[in-house]
Design a binder for this molecule. Structure first.
Ligand code: ADP
Length: 554
């Protein structure tokens, strides 16, 4: 065998762990400097010769002195090409090649046999059959060897590049796959949450198509109306509308198909058992998909409650009208009675008086007493009838309300009580300025005259009446106060003295009919006002009439 021999020590097989493959630029690269080339020969000189020839390639040359060494290297490293001497003691080149090929990791590693030109052709064929890719015959021609090894280095590099590229592609694909997976998971998650809302909602949710058929509905439909999803899907949703609501629901449906979102509306819907429930509806169309998203809520209980309130209101209104009518009739009756009774009463009075004046001697003392009692009673009855008549007038007559000049009204009311004021040496204080109110002047004169009359009447002698009249604004209204220094009213009586015929004293202590304050109350009521009193027994009373303020004081 003719070889160029360069004496050198063969490299010892690695005892220390080799560089981590992942840190290598390609598996057969050592430390990133070129690729690994395995030179296998039992002779150092030949190894050195090979090394010398190939060193110019700038690759990483690894030397093995036997087939065993070579196999050990191959266990730890990847090689771009193996130069294998055929004739070696122990395991020869062919055997080594056969073992190399048996290992999956090296089954494709190119092997170039190095052998002498005298090698028989049989040997060459054997080498090929064992997986050799080439033969180099000794003596070695350096250029040829370099050229051949370069081809395999190049091939290896290309293969590595392709591997790297495909790895990069694989990684990119993996990243894309991960991204899509994450997206899908996210979508699923959102979908699941949406579905949960859809399923758990107490409101009725559905998706319908433009022909009115429900495509999807949530379980609330079944729990509210009794239909399963399949039953709902089997017909147009409009078929279940109450006959009275069908037209309006149909109109809303047509609007939706034109792309108009419906404003909230209410309509009845038939349940599976044939009864109807009130539903509050809202819906939105998705024109591109020809779908309508429906949202409905069971409002039956609210509607029933509303209906009850309406019925109650109606009932109350009916009762009120009936009461008003009864009151009107009573007042009319009261008026005519009071009016019509006065004439016969007057004649009773006149005849009793005539008896006294003209037949006194014939009557005797007892008869005279009786006649006097008749006259007294008829006077009282006359006063009563007069007051009732007045009350009826205030209650019945048309009152046109207008701004009231309180100065004039109070003056008229005082005039009506002039005699009493003088007789009782009363002092009347009017605190100016007086506010202006909206009311009915004549009625207000009557009301104030009654209050002033009472203030003059209910005074314990020898005290002289002191009456103060003034106004006070209260929340857009005006209070007209009439204050006295009279006997006062116990708190427990203050609430009822405005009722008709209520009197706290006997006629012998304080005369009266018990109608005066009722007139005051009725008058205030007719003028959209109110009345009240605050009083302390033994100190005096303060009566008030509250009326709308006249805001247009021209
Ligand atoms: P009358 O004055 O004819 O008795 P009213 O309706 O005017 O009837 O008054 C009802 C009752 O209220 C009176 O009988 C009296 O007991 C009480 N009252 C009214 N005004 C006063 C007042 N200024 N001071 C004390 N008591 C009063």
């Amino acid at each position: 065998m003719r070889t160029v021999i360069v004496p050198s020590k063969p490299a010892a097989p690695p005892k220390e762990p080799l560089p981590d493959k992942t840190k290598m630029n390609g598996a057969a690269r050592s430390g990133g400097k070129g690729v690994n080339i395995l030179l296998v020969d039992d002779r150092d000189d030949k190894l050195l010769a090979l090394e010398a020839i190939l060193s110019t390639l700038g690759q990483n040359l690894v030397k093995a002195r036997s087939g065993k060494d070579a196999l050990r290297w191959l266990l730890k490293e990847e090689f771009a090409v193996i130069l294998l001497d055929v004739t070696m003691p122990g395991i020869d080149g062919f055997e080594t090649a056969s073992l190399i090929r048996k290992r999956p990791s090296t089954e494709h590693t190119p092997i170039i046999f190095v052998t002498s030109v005298s090698a028989s052709e049989t040997n060459i064929y054997k080498g090929y059959s064992l997986g050799a890719v080439d033969y180099i015959l000794s003596p070695i021609l350096p250029d040829v060897l370099r050229a051949k090894v370069s081809v395999f280095v190049e091939l290896y590099n290309r293969a590595e590049q392709i591997k790297e590229q495909s790895e990069r592609l694989r990684q990119a694909e993996e990243r894309e796959h991960q991204r899509r997976l994450a997206e899908a998971a996210d979508l699923l998650d959102r979908e699941t949450k949406r579905n949960r809302f859809f399923t758990l909602s107490l409101d009725l949710l559905a998706i319908a198509d433009f022909s009115g058929y429900i495509l999807q509905s949530n379980p609330a439909w079944e729990s509210t109306l009794g239909y399963s999803e399949e039953e709902l899907k089997a017909r147009s949703g409009l078929d279940l509308a109450h006959p009275d609501d069908y037209q309006s629901m149909y109109a809303k449906f047509e609007e939706l198909k034109q792309g108009t979102c419906t404003t909230y509306f209410e309509g009845r819907y038939r349940c599976r058992d044939g009864t109807y429930k009130w539903l509050g509806w809202t819906a939105a169309p998705f024109i591109s998909d020809k779908l309508i998203y429906i949202f409905a809520r069971d409002i039956t209980r609210r509607k029933e409650a509303e209906e009850k309130v309406q019925n109650l209101n109606q009932e109350l209104n009916n009762q009120l009208s009936a009461l008003t009518e009864t009151n009107r009739q009573l007042e009319a009756f009261n008026y005519s009675i009071s009016h019509d009774l006065r004439a016969p009463l007057r004649s009773m009075q006149c005849f009793a008086q005539a008896l006294l004046d003209e037949c006194a001697s014939g009557l005797g003392p007892e008869g005279q007493d009786y006649a006097e009692r008749i006259i007294k009673s008829s006077h009282y009855m006359d006063a009563l009838l007069r007051d009732l008549l007045q009350y009826s007038r205030v209650a019945r007559s048309e009152l046109s309300l207008s701004p009231v000049n309180l100065d004039a009204v109070i003056r008229d009311a005082l005039d009506q009580n002039e005699k009493e004021i003088i007789d009782k040496k009363a002092v009347v204080e009017i605190r100016n300025p007086l506010a202006s109110v909206i009311g009915h002047p004549m009625t207000l004169v009557q009301m104030l005259a009654n209050l002033i009359g009472n203030a003059l009447k209910f005074v314990q002698s020898p005290a002289l009446p002191l009456i103060k009249i003034y106004t006070e604004p209260v929340d857009g209204l005006v209070r007209i106060w009439v204050e006295d220094n009279g006997i006062g009213i116990a708190p427990e009586h203050q609430g009822k003295i405005f009722d008709l015929f209520v009197r706290l004293h006997s006629n012998s202590s304080y005369s009266g009919t018990g109608v005066g304050l009722a007139i005051v109350q009725k008058g205030a009521e007719r003028m959209s006002g109110s009345v009240g009193v605050s009083s302390k027994p033994g100190i005096g009373s303060r009566f008030w009439i509250e009326l709308p303020a006249n805001l247009s004081k021209a």
